[in-house]
Every structure is written in C-alpha cells, then in structure tokens.
Ligand binder design. Sequence first.
Ligand code: CP
Ligand code: NVA
Length: 312
Amino acid sequence: MKGKDFVTGLEADALDLDELLALSLQLKEEQKKGVETQPLKNMSIAVIFEKPSTRTRVSFEVGLAQMGAHPVVLSGRDMQLGRGETIEDTGRVLARYCDAIVIRTFAQDKLEALAQAAAVPVVNALSDLYHPCQALADMLTIRERRGGLAGLKLAYFGDGNNVCHSLLIAAATAGMNMTVACPDGYQPDPKVIAIANRLAEESGAEIAVTEDASAAADKADALYTDVWVSMGQEAEKDARLTALSPYRIDEAILATAKADALVMHCLPAHRGEEITGAVLDGPNSVIFDQAENRLHAQKALMVTLMEQRGGR
Ligand code: CP
Ligand code: NVA
C-alpha cells in the first residue's frame, strides 16, 4: 500500500488488512511500553476538517506527533477552500508542502478529485459515503477481543450510512459475515452492497440486509450502531428518528445475540436514540476501546502509506 491513497478502504485487500491490524497491535503494545520510534520523522501531514470532529482530529494529531511527523490541522472554513478555491488546486498546493493529506469532507467525489490532483497519499477521515479509518479501528477492536475476524457475525442496526458502508467493505474483505438491519429507505447504498457482495464472494463472507432486527441480532458476535442523523442531515432529523426507532440497540436486542456479544458504536452517541445508556455503558460494550483504537489503527495506516517515501 506504500504511496497509495486510502479513500474508499478498497485499497486494502485481505492481506493488507491483516497486516495493518497486526501492525496496529504492535504499535499499540510499543506505545504502552513507552517504546519510542519515529518512522515519520520530519514529515508534515495536512489534516483538514470540513465537518466537526473530536476523535478523528485528536487521534490523527496525537498519532502523527507520536511518530515524529508534524500535523498541520486545518479547518476547511479557515482555508481558501471555504471561499471557492477548487479542491484540485488545494491538493496540488498542499502536496508541495506536505507528505500526505488527511481530509474529512462531504462528497466522496470531492475527496477522490483531491486524491487525483495531489501527488501525495490522501486519506479519507470521513465522507458522506465512507469512514474507512473508523472501520480499521473497529476491525482491530474485534480482533483484539476474538483473536480473528473470519466467520464471525457482525450485526449493524439503524441507518445504512458511511460507517455502515465502510464496515461492509472491511467485513467482506476479512471474511466476516455482516447483516444490516434497517427500515425501507435507510438501506446501505446499493453500489456499496454490490461491492461488498463481490468481496464476500472471494472471502467466503455472507452479507445480508433485512428489516428484521431480531433476525440480525440472532447469534451475533458483535452488535453495532451509529447515530441516526449524520453530519449534514440535520434537516431530516424528525423523519429519521421516527423511521429508525425500531432499530435501537437495547437490552432486548442484546439478549438475542451471543451472551458475550460485543456492543460497538463509532461515537458520538445519542443515548436513548440509537442505543440505550445502559447498553452503551454495560459490560458488553467495547465502545471506548474502539475510540482508543482509532489512534493505533491510523498510526499503522500512515506508516504503511508513508514509510520509506523519503519525504517530498
Ligand atoms: N467516530 C468519529 O469519527 O468521531 P469524530 O466525529 O469525533 O471524529
Ligand atoms: N455517520 C456519522 C459518523 C460520525 C463519526 C456522521 O457522518 O455524522
């Protein structure tokens, strides 16, 4: 994956994903032991946000600093991008100063246009379509708890959104079965389902979409949900809360899954909407491990994309 972009998550095949997760675990262990390595020494990396962020912003900034790189964290509205400079010109210019560009934005097309224009690796820190860095941290969290991924059952509840799309790609790549439970009108993008089905054919995973939340939870190894109103969808709030309310992760759904099922959420959460407070804070929850693992997984990703690039 050296020198590549990471804009859809499809850049990592099954072997790449396995290696990324192994490296994430190694870097996590080294950090806990206080081992200092600076594989990205003297590199500068732009980290741009056109939407709010807590975890992504802090985990990238801290992770890059831990690896010796200089993170240049920018808010889109403070850049000329916010005043109409094109994404392509922005990419060309940033590539003259920086060794990689990490960006959170709206349209996936815009992110891919940036990746085309910039002569350095571009990383998706969330778009309307995908959140591949989150999926890496989620796979890491499941692997830590279960020792592997292939053959497990991940059940996702609620909105078939960017987080769901990236989980579908990562699960299908890793050979993990995934069922999405959601109401009509909130299914994952059919193009993403088609991609996941193609990957699943290679890995042996099974991908399913259902309106039946109990069937999805049945014997699941992990239950996952995300907010019902993603950034940029605020005007649809009332309709979304009504349509999605049967898909809340609560004690009853948890009781349908395996007794030791992992409860997962990318955060930020709305307790009482997509998940009850009791389940989020309960013994099955690995939600704050997922948040921590953003740091380790992104460090592994950046090292993999950047190492031995030798600067500009
Ligand atoms: N999960 C996640 O991406 O969180 P932030 O929006 O806080 O970055
Ligand atoms: N689906 C959510 C994820 C936030 C991390 C959003 O796009 O707002």
